[in-house]
Design a protein around this ligand. Structure first.
Ligand SMILES: [Zn+2]
Length: 306
């Protein structure tokens, strides 16, 4: 009771303070269920004290769909967005086909950037929920990134076979990339996504995926302040060094790929997983040649990555 009286005195003292009194009145008024539930049969002054104390502690409450009273007056400081990664994809299909698959199939995306001019931005999954876009994936020690990422699908055919049977990659128009940049900037700012965590599907699933492909302009995004890029002066210096002195061991490549975020074994052996990770790195930073074989330029770019 002494505590309640103390609270009452404190509340009364604060209630004399103008704006705070209005807030207190609002809190009391909006919480009749919780407040009346904790007063009980007590003398009038004590009931009022308890009512105000309960109201101040419990704040606003509302009945949720489950029928229970939910009090949202307090929030924990220990929290952050669940979104740590932004993953970019191409849909590998026409607009019509892409939207059909993303709305009827087993895959999903938070956002779709269409190939119309001007492009439309569709949100197909709420940001608070997981979209099934990443699948089996890993980046910087995190795995299965559906639950910790936002997936952005860009309508683009990916690659098709030309008349000569060769793979032909389809470019991204500038106006579509402008829309991607605006969207990714907003997402990164709102969720506090670090530059190194803005990645392609090929980065997080190098053995399965190649999207958004070698024609995706990562450098344009980096110039817009989105994503990580290497120090170009440093890269030129390293290139001269590796050309003069020869390539490092495969274990050196594996160490740098892992430092950057790729899921790659530290075996010292040039296995399939290492080649796939090297190819993914090349797709992102040196798309002219993404064979997955180590070379002096790839070594220079790896060493010059922050
Ligand atoms: Zn993808």
């Amino acid at each position: 009771m002494r505590i309640l009286r103390g609270l009452f005195a404190g509340l009364r003292g604060r209630a004399q303070g103008g704006a705070r009194a209005d807030r207190l009145a609002a809190r009391t008024a909006c919480n009749p269920i919780v407040a009346s539930g904790c007063t009980g049969r007590r003398p009038a002054a004590a009931r009022l004290a308890a009512l105000l104390a309960c109201a101040a502690l419990a704040g606003c409450a509302a009945r949720g769909p489950g029928g229970y009273v939910l009090d949202t007056s307090l929030s924990s400081r220990g929290q952050s967005s669940r979104v740590q990664f932004i993953v970019l994809h191409y849909t590998a299909g026409s607009l019509e086909r892409s939207l059909h698959v993303l709305s009827h199939g087993q895959v999903g995306a938070h956002y779709v950037v269409t190939d119309e001019q001007p492009p439309r931005l569709l949100r197909m999954v709420d940001e608070s929920r997981s979209a099934w876009h990443a699948g089996e994936s890993a980046w910087r020690g995190y795995t299965w990134l559906n639950s910790s990422s936002i997936g952005v699908e860009i309508v683009n055919p990916g690659w098709t076979r030309g008349p000569d049977g060769a793979m032909r990659w389809h470019p991204y128009p500038d106006w579509q990339i402008d829309a991607v940049i605006a969207l990714v900037r907003d997402l990164a700012e709102r969720h506090g996504v670090k530059p190194e965590n803005i990645v392609g599907h090929s980065d997080i699933a190098p053995r399965r995926k190649m999207d958004p492909g070698p024609l995706f302009p990562w450098k344009r995004l980096a110039d817009a302040g989105l994503g990580r890029w290497y120090d170009e002066t440093l890269a030129a210096r390293y290139l001269a060094q590796f050309q003069a002195e020869g390539l490092p061991e495969i274990g050196w490549f594996q160490q740098h790929l892992a430092r950057i975020g790729y899921d790659v074994p530290q075996s010292g052996v040039a296995d399939d997983a290492t080649q796939a990770a090297l190819a993914a790195f090349q797709l992102h930073y040196r798309p002219r040649d993404f064979s997955g074989l180590p070379d002096a330029e790839t070594a220079a770019l790896l060493a010059a990555m922050p």
